[in-house]
Design a protein around this ligand. Sequence first.
Ligand SMILES: CC(C)(COP(=O)(O)OP(=O)(O)OC[C@H]1O[C@@H](n2cnc3c(N)ncnc32)[C@H](O)[C@@H]1OP(=O)(O)O)[C@@H](O)C(=O)NCCC(=O)NCCS
Length: 169
Amino acid sequence: MTKKQFALLCEPHLGTDPAVELRAIQASDQFKLRDWKNRNRQFFFFKELISESAQQEWFGRYLTRDDDYMFVVRAEECSIGCMGIRMLEDTWDVYNVILGELRFARKGYMRRALQAMCRWAAELRPMRISAKVLKDNPAINWYCRNGFRIVSSHVDYVEIEWDGAPAHS
Ligand SMILES: CC(C)(COP(=O)(O)OP(=O)(O)OC[C@H]1O[C@@H](n2cnc3c(N)ncnc32)[C@H](O)[C@@H]1OP(=O)(O)O)[C@@H](O)C(=O)NCCC(=O)NCCS
């Protein structure tokens, strides 16, 4: 399976949760991905503005990397955000989780997408799933409500680890 071929479809759970689709990114997503990242850069380790050429270079390198998957999150027939997961040594690293379109905030779409992506990765390769989150990022609490727990604390970030989907997801 190549990156361009795969996609995840998250069906509604018990008919009450919103349907969310995770679709592998394509070249045509570059504008949105760059815009979302630049607008949210205070939440990430890399704080520089990303130029159009830097974005394209990143995408070119991304396509050559195995075990590095970036998704666009889709809900209500719109691209609402993105999230990625990549294999670093023997661990899955969750990265670039961004709700890009704020009108879709706090609807549970990003939670559903995160759970689906983690489940998918765990099935693809059953490895530890972790992420590094800056200590001043309120998303730490969001992760902890969504199946992650803090496993270590460092000067400016915490490392969190996925324990599996919470019962309500
Ligand atoms: C982190 C981030 C992705 C979360 O986005 P979000 O829209 O709040 O996330 P969700 O879609 O999961 O919504 C969750 C909230 O919606 C509420 N909600 C409303 N309707 C819901 C429904 N039908 N199902 C589930 N939750 C629902 C939940 O109660 C939850 O609230 P809570 O967090 O207070 O418990 C977003 O804040 C973001 O992009 N932050 C900036 C970038 C960032 O920091 N990324 C992480 C870097 S490591």
